[in-house]
Design a protein around this ligand. Structure first.
Ligand code: PGA
Length: 272
């Protein structure tokens, strides 16, 4: 591997904010997360992409969409395709569990969306994660492996890496519940995800692909995840709308980014 993987903190605003207030919130958060060692992404609703893009201009913080359609254009009422996001977003969240649940997104559909993202150069954050019953019955790793295989099969491994693929491990039972996974459990899953990427033939055994944790991640618990060498950041929902939370999360992520770059786990340990 050529160097440490980037540390990524992405905020998923979900169905919150309006075009009238999103720019101001983005500006407020941007001032609090001026941390160039961390790759920072804010993903507002479609209608807020333009004001957030304008608010973040010159900050080094990227803008992401929360979804795209699997076709490029056509008779798809109410949908937004990947090429429509040109000039508005450079990242996109795919396969979020809320879309799997509410919009019936299957792995096959997510695979097609992933293809569209790669075609137009949107950097994909692919979300995977098990339900509580699946964890309780010992199937978490197998479920996530199936999701990865379903979404990634058919894509050239080199294209996935060149497109900057990021995986977000988000156990469904932890999303929006205030009940986060432990750092140790998330690390086991991140290792298992990399094992699958390796089996799927990704260059450098998938070692260059960042794996994020998501699910009730906050400023108070981010350290637990960043202390795990296999976890490279977080996808935040609720916390991403709160400037204080984002400041704490990105600040802590920056400590890890510098420690990993310096190759000194001990320096990071000292800051815990
Ligand atoms: P949460 O959401 O941080 O509110 O749990 C995470 C997500 O859905 O990405």
């Amino acid at each position: 591997m050529s160097g440490p993987r980037p540390i990524v903190i992405a905020g998923n605003w979900k169905m919150h904010t309006t075009p009238a207030d999103a720019g101001e919130l983005a500006r407020t958060i941007a001032h609090r997360i001026a941390e160039p060692d961390v790759v920072r992404v804010i993903c507002p609703p479609y209608v807020c992409l333009a004001p957030v893009r304008d608010a973040l201009a010159g900050t080094g913080i990227a803008v992401g969409a929360q979804n795209i359609h699997h076709e490029l254009a056509g008779a798809y009422t109410g949908e937004v395709s990947a090429p429509m996001l040109a000039g508005l977003a450079t990242w996109v969240i795919l396969g979020h569990s809320e879309r799997r649940r509410d919009a019936g997104e299957t792995d096959e559909l997510i695979a097609r969306k992933l293809g569209r993202a790669l075609e137009v150069g949107l950097r994909p954050i692919l979300c995977v994660g098990e339900q509580l019953v699946e964890r309780d019955t010992g199937q978490a790793a197998a479920v996530v492996e199936d999701q990865l295989r379903g979404a990634l099969t058919g894509h050239e491994p080199e294209d996935l890496v060149r497109g900057g693929l990021v995986i977000a491990y988000e156990p469904v039972w932890a999303i929006g519940t205030g009940r986060n996974a432990t750092g140790a459990d998330a690390a086991v899953m991140a290792d298992s995800i990399r094992g699958t990427l390796h089996e799927l033939g990704l260059p450098e055994h998938g070692e260059t692909v960042p794996v994020l944790y998501g699910g009730s991640c906050t400023a108070a618990n981010i350290g637990e995840f960043m202390n795990e060498a296999s976890i490279d950041g977080a996808l935040d929902g609720g916390a991403s709308l709160k400037p204080d939370e984002m400041a704490g999360i990105v600040g802590r992520a920056g400590v890890t980014a510098r420690a990993r770059r310096g190759g000194g786990a001990f320096r990071e340990a000292a800051s815990r």
